[in-house]
Unconditional design. Structure first.
Length: 202
């Protein structure tokens, strides 16, 4: 027999705060994403408690999230910067990171600012992210030699689906060896260091 799902308690202003703090203990969040999480909890509670005023609950959420933002418990910039670095390490393209942050409700101007920070660390973050992706997923030159040719088209498609342009996908999948990709990374680091040194000289 299936266990019946527990009837949620009626949401109150106090319980909303507890829900928000519990969620933030487990997950980083933007202001807008936290609002969405809390609104979903309100709507679920309202299905079982018809006397719950959802409009009033929405006002509680707005006030609560603003209070959390003012005290620094929720900080969109800190959240966005952290997610940029984490997603970039996973091999997500700058464009893919922008789309991800947009879905989480981060302001478009802030997204541009935090993505721009990638270009202070690497001269070609798109290529560097693609290399991280193929390394993590063992695509292209990371495959066994006898498997590379038969998997080439599928590997290209996998990189393209991850949000990379076809030229970048070809560059990382058609690389002769993992050493060639390592050389691309080293060259990027050198170019970026030279660019920063040139900037500081001015």
């Amino acid at each position: 027999m299936f266990e019946k799902s527990k009837t949620p308690r009626k949401i109150t202003e106090h319980s909303l705060r507890n829900i928000a703090l519990h969620y933030l203990q487990r997950y980083a969040s933007s202001k807008e994403n936290l609002k969405r999480v809390l609104k979903r909890r309100v709507m679920r509670s309202a299905q079982f408690h018809v006397d719950l005023d959802t409009e009033e609950a929405s006002q509680w959420i707005e006030l609560l999230v603003e209070q959390l933002a003012q005290t620094g418990v929720v900080d969109d910039r800190t959240y966005a910067e952290g997610r940029v670095r984490a997603l970039f390490r996973r091999g997500i393209s700058p464009n893919g990171i922008s789309q991800w942050l947009n879905q989480k409700g981060v302001d478009a101007t802030l997204i541009k600012e935090v993505i721009a920070e990638l270009y202070t660390e690497t001269s070609d973050p798109n290529l560097m992210a693609a290399i991280k992706l193929v390394r993590r997923r063992r695509l292209g030159p990371y495959r066994l030699p006898e498997k590379r040719e038969e998997r080439k088209d599928k590997d290209l498609a996998a990189v393209a689906r991850a949000g990379f342009d076809f030229q970048t996908a070809q560059k990382v999948i058609y690389a002769e060896s993992t050493e060639e990709l390592d050389e691309m990374v080293s060259s990027d680091l050198t170019n970026n260091a030279a660019s920063r040194a040139g900037y500081l000289d001015h």
